[in-house]
Design a protein around this ligand. Structure first.
Ligand code: FAD
Ligand code: NAP
Length: 309
C-alpha cells in the first residue's frame, strides 16, 4: 500500500511529490496519464515564473522538474486514475488499465482541459483546422492567415505567438474589452499583423474533405454575418477542471465541491474527506498560475505528511 498517491503530474502534482519525498515519506507514487509537466507545456512562453529571468517555453520550464523529484524517491507511473473511493480509512484508486492501487492518503492535482466553444463545425474540423494548442499546431500555418477565438490571457498570448509565425492573426472576441492582463494586451498592440474582430462570435466553421476552409462570423451588435477565409482557428475560451476521478458510483462526488465542479479546500489544501487533499487548478479560487499550483502542491504535501503522522 502507498503512503501517498498523487494524481496528476503538472506543477501541483510534481511539487507535491518533491515535498512529500523530501519530507520523509517513503512510498509515494505520482500517477500521470501523459508526460509530466501539465498544461503549461502547451504554452509558447512563460515570463512570470519567479527567478526565471528569460522568457522560456512551458516545455523548457518543466523539463527538469520530474528528475528533481525522482532524485528524492518519487515514483512515477504513467497511468490514468479513473476513480477514487475510500473505505475504512484506506483509499482505492481504480486505474484505466483495470488494476487498482491502495493508499493511506491522496493528493488530487488533475488540473484542467480546454473548453470547446460549442459552435457548429467545431467537432467536425477539430484536428483539421480547429486547434487548442498554438505551440503544437501553429507551425502548420506558417505564412498563412489564422484566427484566434477568445479574449483571455491564453487567447492573447497565443495570438502574439502565432503572429510571429503566421502572416496575419484575426482575434475574434465577443466583447470590446479584454480579460487578458494589460501587459499581455500591450504585447498584442505592438504586433502589426493582429487584427481584432470585436463584439463578434463564430457562427459556423466551414470546410471540405481536406479540412477547415473558413468561418462565418456574426457581429453581436448588428447580427450581420460575414465570411472569414482562414485554414485554422485556435479556440481559447477557458478551461474546465478535471474532476471525473472524484465521482462515485451514484454520481455524487467523494468530497465537497462548488458549483463549478472545483474541489473545496481550506488553507491547508484539506478537502472535506480526511486524508484527501487537492492542489492547483482543480481547487476553488485557484489563481491558475504555475507558481500558485506549485505552492498548493507543497502545502498539500506538508498537510499529508502531518496527516500520516
Ligand atoms: P495541470 O498543469 O493541468 O496538470 C494536471 C496534470 O494531471 C496533467 O498533466 C494531466 O495529464 C494529469 N491528469 C489529469 N487527469 C488525470 C488522471 N485522471 N490520471 C492521471 N493524470 C491525470 N500560468 C502561469 O503562471 N504563467 C503563464 O504564462 C501561463 N501560461 C499558460 C498558457 C497556456 C496555453 C495555458 C493552457 C496555461 C497557462 N498558465 C500559465 C496556467 C498554468 O499552466 C496552470 O495554472 C498550471 O499548469 C496548473 O497546474 P496543475 O498542476 O494544477 O494542473
Ligand atoms: P479565461 O480567462 O476564462 O478566458 C476565456 C476567454 O474566452 C474570455 O475572454 C471569454 O470571454 C471567452 N469565451 C468564453 N466562452 C466563450 C465562447 N463560448 N465563445 C467565445 N468566447 C468565449 O481563460 P484562459 O485565457 O484560458 O485563462 C485561464 C486561466 O489561466 C486564467 O486564470 C488566466 O489568467 C490563466 N493564464 C495565465 C497566464 C499568464 O499568467 N500569463 C496565461 C494564460 C492563462 P469574456 O471575457 O467575455 O468572458
Amino acid at each position: 500500500m502507498l503512503d501517498l498517491a498523487i494524481i496528476g503530474g503538472g506543477p501541483a502534482g510534481l511539487t507535491a511529490g518533491l515535498y512529500a519525498t523530501r519530507g520523509g515519506l517513503k512510498n509515494v507514487t505520482m500517477f500521470e496519464k501523459g508526460f509530466p509537466g501539465g498544461q503549461i507545456t502547451q504554452s509558447s512562453e512563460i515570463e512570470n515564473y519567479p527567478g526565471q529571468k528569460e522568457v522560456v517555453t512551458g516545455m523548457d520550464l518543466m523539463q527538469d522538474w520530474p528528475e528533481q523529484c525522482s532524485a528524492f524517491g518519487l515514483k512515477h507511473e504513467m497511468n490514468e486514475v479513473t476513480k477514487i473511493t475510500k473505505s475504512n480509512d484506506i483509499f482505492t484508486l481504480t486505474l484505466i488499465d483495470g488494476t487498482s492501487q491502495e493508499a493511506k492518503a491522496v493528493i488530487i492535482a488533475t488540473g484542467s482541459v480546454p473548453k470547446r466553444a460549442n459552435v457548429k463545425g467545431e467537432d467536425t474540423y477539430f484536428g483539421k483546422g480547429v486547434s487548442t494548442c498554438a505551440t503544437c499546431d501553429g507551425f502548420f500555418y506558417k505564412g498563412k492567415e489564422v484566427a484566434v477565438l477568445g479574449g483571455g490571457d491564453t487567447a492573447i498570448e497565443e495570438a502574439v505567438y502565432l503572429s510571429k509565425i503566421c502572416s496575419k492573426v484575426h482575434v475574434i472576441h465577443r466583447r470590446d474589452t479584454f480579460r487578458a492582463a494589460p501587459n499581455t494586451i500591450e504585447h498584442m498592440e505592438k504586433a502589426n499583423n493582429i487584427e481584432l474582430i470585436l463584439n463578434s462570435g463564430v457562427d459556423e466553421i466551414i470546410g471540405d474533405t481536406s479540412g477547415m476552409t473558413g468561418m462565418k462570423i456574426k457581429n453581436n451588435d448588428t447580427g450581420d454575418i460575414s465570411n472569414l477565409d482562414v485554414p485554422g482557428v485556435f479556440v481559447f475560451v477557458g478551461r474546465d477542471v478535471l474532476n471525473e476521478t472524484l465521482k462515485q458510483e451514484d454520481g455524487s462526488f467523494i468530497c465537497n465541491m462548488n458549483d463549478f465542479g472545483e474541489v473545496i479546500v481550506d488553507l491547508s489544501m484539506k478537502t472535506s474527506v480526511p486524508g484527501l487533499f487537492a492542489a492547483g487548478d482543480i481547487r476553488i479560487e485557484a489563481p491558475k498560475q504555475v507558481v500558485c499550483a506549485a505552492g498548493d502542491g507543497a502545502t498539500a504535501a506538508l498537510s499529508a505528511i502531518a496527516y500520516l503522522g
